[in-house]
Design a protein around this ligand. Structure first.
Ligand code: PLP
Length: 422
């Protein structure tokens, strides 16, 4: 498609967009009396309008039924989390029994490492990407120290080549092969939070499995963003948060995937609690743990229903639209944003360098040469919500659910003014 940097062209794209009606399904912050152009769905997705109803329903059931709500609410609380499994299974390419919803992301990665990082004298190393999201680095280091090992020896980071902004799959595979029999676990971010790169999860998973390691994925920036096929890829486990592209609200509950082959086992190391016990025997309060034959076996506590309600509302939207349609629009809108950036780049003195490689999802990370904080502040004051990463990077994620082509055009005009108004 040949793009044009005009309002009419952007509006034509919106008119042809099957998903444009979903813009009305979300609430927008206001700046100068208008809806903002929202580029930070990779950090906190917008609130779907229908979410309020789901939360109100739980508040009402609690008010009117109190403890009886566990079994007699319209959506009973004791198995409320199971309502999310089917929708999430479609989003991540899994079977419903491989999914559970619980806790928050870093907590879940720790819990999953209890099961899938079992270092021995010989096999004790972990491969991750260099400069992983800080929480992931702290998590890996503290797990390694917990086992009495030295993070400097046990954690192997795959680096980018000098002068390059993205990882090469061949370098990751080479590192996996090199560490070989010493490799206990590969745990990486499926989509990198900084440069927006989508790793070749299928190839990397296969390489890790081939040397006998466990392979897990942090899907914080991948879920609801890119095509995932966790079951067929044969990943051992994964976890994600729900407040980024999944639009389920600040700090909200996380999801996990555990591959079918690890389910229904009593002898797997795992931190356990009563909500992981089979439902039939849970309330018999027996001393011996009898795991549910699903990823719910990793659940410790009875789930936070007020958190699950917004997650269920947002999953309903994903179910209605489907990942394929979302990804199709995403590809076009990100390409249009890229085009707009190049067009504005030609018209102004300063230069923008897109550091996101072609293996990408929703996000373009843009290096502002010679610009910086002042331009970022100008954008924010003029209703473009984006975010700033040191040293000089803004991240733009036009989530296909609620961003329009007209937003991209208007953003270009504001960006152009911002570079001229310094
Ligand atoms: C957003 C994000 C997190 C956040 O972790 P929480 O436990 O939800 O606070 C962790 N890892 C990555 C890669 C992220 O992008």
């Amino acid at each position: 498609m040949t793009f044009q940097n005009t309002l009419e062209f952007a509006q034509q794209l919106d008119a042809a967009d099957q998903l444009s009606k979903y813009k009305q399904e979300f609430h927008y912050p206001q700046v100068n009396g208008s809806d903002v152009i929202y580029f930070t769905g990779n950090s906190l997705g917008l609130q779907p309008k229908r979410t309020q109803k789901y939360v109100d329903e739980v508040m009402k059931d609690w008010r009117e039924l109190a403890v009886e709500g566990h079994f007699y609410a319209e959506k009973p609380w004791w198995d409320y989390h199971e309502r999310l499994a089917e929708g999430l299974a479609k989003v991540v390419g899994a079977q419903p029994k491989e999914i559970s919803v619980m806790n928050t992301l870093t907590v879940n990665l720790h819990l999953l490492m209890v099961s899938f990082y079992r270092p021995t004298a010989k096999r004790f190393k972990i491969i991750c990407e260099e400069k992983a999201f800080p929480s992931d680095q702290y998590m890996l280091q503290s797990q390694v120290r917990f086992h009495g090992l030295d993070p400097k020896e046990a954690i192997v980071e795959v680096k980018k080549r000098d002068g390059e902004h993205a990882w090469r799959t061949e370098d990751i595979i080479q590192k996996i092969d090199e560490v070989g029999e010493e490799l206990a676990l590969v745990l990486m971010g499926g989509v990198n939070y900084y440069n927006g790169q989508v790793l070749d999860m299928q190839t990397i998973t296969a390489a890790g499995k081939a040397v006998g390691a466990f392979v897990g994925w942090d899907l914080a920036h991948a879920v609801g963003n890119v095509k995932l096929n966790l079951h067929d890829w044969n990943a051992d486990f994964a976890s994600w948060c729900s407040y980024k592209y999944m639009n389920s609200g600040p700090g909200n509950a996380s999801g996990i995937f555990v591959h079918e082959k690890h389910l229904g086992k009593k002898d797997i190391p795992r931190f356990e609690g009563w909500w992981g016990n089979k439902k039939e025997t849970r309330f018999l309060m027996k001393p011996e743990f009898d795991p549910i034959a699903s990823a719910d076996a990793w659940q410790l506590s009875n789930p936070p229903i007020l958190s699950l309600a917004p997650y269920l509302a947002s999953l309903e939207l994903f179910d209605e639209v489907g990942m394929d349609a979302l990804i199709e629009k995403q590809k076009t809108i990100v390409a249009y944003l890229e085009f707009i950036l190049h067009e504005i780049d030609k018209q102004v003195d300063s230069t923008f360098e897109i550091i996101t490689p072609t293996e990408r999802g929703c996000q373009l990370s843009v290096f502002l040469h010679g610009e910086g904080r002042a331009l970022f502040d100008y954008l924010m004051e003029n209703g473009v919500i984006t975010d700033w990463r040191e040293p000089n990077v803004i991240r733009l994620a036009p989530a296909p659910f609620y961003c329009s082509y007209e937003d991209m055009y208007r953003f270009g005009q504001i960006l152009k003014q911002g570079t001229q108004n310094k």
